[in-house]
Design a protein around this ligand. Structure first.
Ligand SMILES: Nc1ncnc2c1ncn2[C@@H]1O[C@H](COP(=O)(O)OP(=O)(O)OP(=O)(O)O)[C@@H](O)[C@H]1O
Length: 219
């Protein structure tokens, strides 16, 4: 997939507020055409409750309660079959939801392997290396539910990287990370995105992923 286009997209919950702030000032909602292309980095910044997670769910196809159109390589996604969504999510679209969705009773390694067994994208040694880079190697056998939220974020990021993708969608990926961990996560994400010539779309409510070059959009 080369591009994702938003045409006059607006969450249905915001219907009627098109002429009011923040919707009328948004660089995303109700724009005639907003195109995300790969490769490239995008940060979508906004205050709480303005729809960052909703936007991610719309792009990922998890929710359809929006007006306007989302197109992938020019095709409107609202007509996509379940099979097409499954293929897209397996091959082209990786997603880290804000709530991470780890299995708390499974170990860190098993959480990552649940995904990696489906994709066969990484070797166990590569996963351990990524855990090492994000300073979590010593937690590999811990239950994910016993990790801090910031540690869980790092595990969920590694899990999201265990697949091919053209677009990586990360919803507030560093909201619980300090500057040093933010930089480690950003370096890993940039490296993985560059390897795939992919685009990164990251949302932020304040603590932004430390990318060198990116287009900033205010939601
Ligand atoms: N599944 C849903 N169905 C309908 N409306 C929803 C749903 N999820 C969220 N909303 C509404 O959409 C609006 C934006 O919520 P959303 O979670 O997208 O914001 P956000 O910018 O990600 O917030 P935060 O930074 O606090 O996580 C809120 O008014 C919320 O009540």
């Amino acid at each position: 997939m080369q591009n994702i286009t938003l045409r006059r997209v607006l969450p249905q919950v915001f219907r009627g507020s098109e002429k009011e702030s923040p919707v009328c000032d948004s660089e995303v909602w109700m724009r005639d055409e907003l195109v995300f292309t790969r490769p490239g980095n995008y940060i979508i910044e906004a205050e709480s409750g303005t729809g960052k997670s909703s936007l991610c769910s719309f792009i990922y196809g998890a929710r359809t309660d929006y007006d306007g159109e989302i197109l992938m390589d020019g095709e409107p996604v609202k007509g996509y079959s379940i099979e097409k969504w499954c293929r897209l999510r397996r091959e082209a679209l990786a997603y880290l939801p804000q709530e991470m969705r780890l299995f708390p009773e499974l170990s860190v390694m098993d959480n990552i392997m649940v995904k990696n067994r489906l994709t066969s994208y990484r070797s166990e040694a590569e996963i351990l290396q990524m855990l090492d880079r994000l300073e979590l190697r010593h937690k590999a056998e811990w239950n994910a539910g016993l990790l801090s939220v910031g540690q869980q974020q790092r595990v969920a990021i590694i899990r999201a990287l265990c697949q091919p993708f053209d677009f990586l969608l990360v919803d507030e990926p560093v909201s619980h990370l300090d500057a040093r961990n933010n930089e480690s996560v950003a370096a890993l994400i940039v490296e993985e995105a560059e390897r795939r010539s992919a685009a990164v779309i990251a949302t932020s409510v304040g603590n932004k992923l430390t990318l060198n070059e990116f287009r900033l959009l205010h939601l």
